[in-house]
Write a protein that binds this ligand. Structure first.
Ligand code: SF4
Ligand code: SF4
Length: 292
């Protein structure tokens, strides 16, 4: 774990007790996702908005959106029942940083439970603009989805980007997104946050480019790299996804540059519990009367 040396014990806990950052912790520690963020500010060509953000979660199931105060109640309930949950994460169902409710939730939860590890996933567009506020709520783990470091490839993956009231398309959209992603990763590393990079493996589009992405983010000081096989839908529905063997081979090609996360469970944006042992339906049914 190459990056561990410059970190103090309190920071190391953000790796050691985080099931996605530590292979060991994934058997013992849990995470609780709070689905407070429905809106998104970009369009990935593999995403149909009816479901959870594909960049972090499994498509095909939509998480019920909760309000920040409901999210805090949920955390209280989870902490009572499942003390092995050490991480609170916001991963959708849309783009967390495009929703003011994300920041309100982080504030409420951090005030009530200052010892919980705060985690967030993002497409990166608003990461530079949000980084100070994230630091204020002690967000120590940030996942950025980065599918290209060449805008000529990026423009095949993204249809548009909405940034500060301007609608970008084509090459320009890919350029704006990339610039913000790289700057956001750099700023997060500078603030000693642990950065995980998710990268969607899209055969025929970015596959030959993926080791270069891994090299770049390794150089920027990202902590780990999570390769996600494409789930073919929307504009990329015609693409055959990589096989598990192709995925492993690609991870091996990227491993010299950055630590590979190989145990991602592709969770729902309302997942609660240990990876692969979720309890969220019980929680949501128990108190909220959602009828699931
Ligand atoms: Fe969909 Fe997530 Fe991409 Fe937004 S960032 S378009 S929610 S996959
Ligand atoms: Fe961790 Fe992967 Fe689940 Fe995200 S989707 S919480 S990285 S296991």
């Amino acid at each position: 774990e190459g990056q561990e040396v410059p970190y103090d014990p309190e920071q190391l806990r953000k790796v050691q007790e985080h099931p996605c950052y530590s292979e060991k912790a994934h058997h013992t520690c849990g995470r609780c996702h709070l689905p407070v963020a429905p809106k998104c500010n970009i369009q990935c060509n593999y995403c149909i908005r009816d479901f959870d953000c594909v960049n972090e979660s499994r498509p095909g199931v939509t998480s019920r959106v909760v309000k920040p105060d409901e999210a805090l109640d949920l955390v209280k309930q989870v902490m009572d029942e499942f003390p092995y949950v050490k991480v609170i994460g916001i991963a959708g169902p849309g783009e967390p940083l495009a929703n003011p409710e994300t920041f309100e939730t982080l504030r409420l939860v951090h005030e009530a439970f200052p010892n919980l590890i705060m985690c967030l996933s993002t497409n990166g567009l608003l990461l530079p603009d949000s980084i100070d506020e994230l630091q204020q709520y002690d967000v120590g783990n940030v996942t950025v989805t980065l599918n290209a470091i060449d805008p000529a490839i990026g423009e095949q993956i993204y249809s548009y980007v909405n940034y500060r009231g301007t609608h970008y398309t084509g090459r320009e959209a890919a350029e704006v997104l990339l610039e913000h992603q790289l700057e956001g990763i750099r700023m997060a590393v500078e603030r000693k946050m642990f950065v995980k990079v998710n990268c969607v493996y899209i055969p025929g589009v970015n596959d030959e480019h993926i080791p270069a992405i891994a090299k770049k983010v390794g150089e920027l000081g990202a902590f780990s790299f999570n390769l996600i096989p494409l789930i073919p839908q929307y504009k990329l529905a015609h693409i055959t996804p990589p096989t598990p063997a192709e995925k492993r081979a690609m991870q091996d090609r990227c491993a010299p540059f950055i630590k590979q996360m190989r145990h991602c469970a592709r969770c729902r944006s309302d997942a609660i519990g240990r990876l692969g042992h979720d309890v969220q339906s019980r929680i949501y049914c128990g108190e909220s009367g959602c009828g699931e």
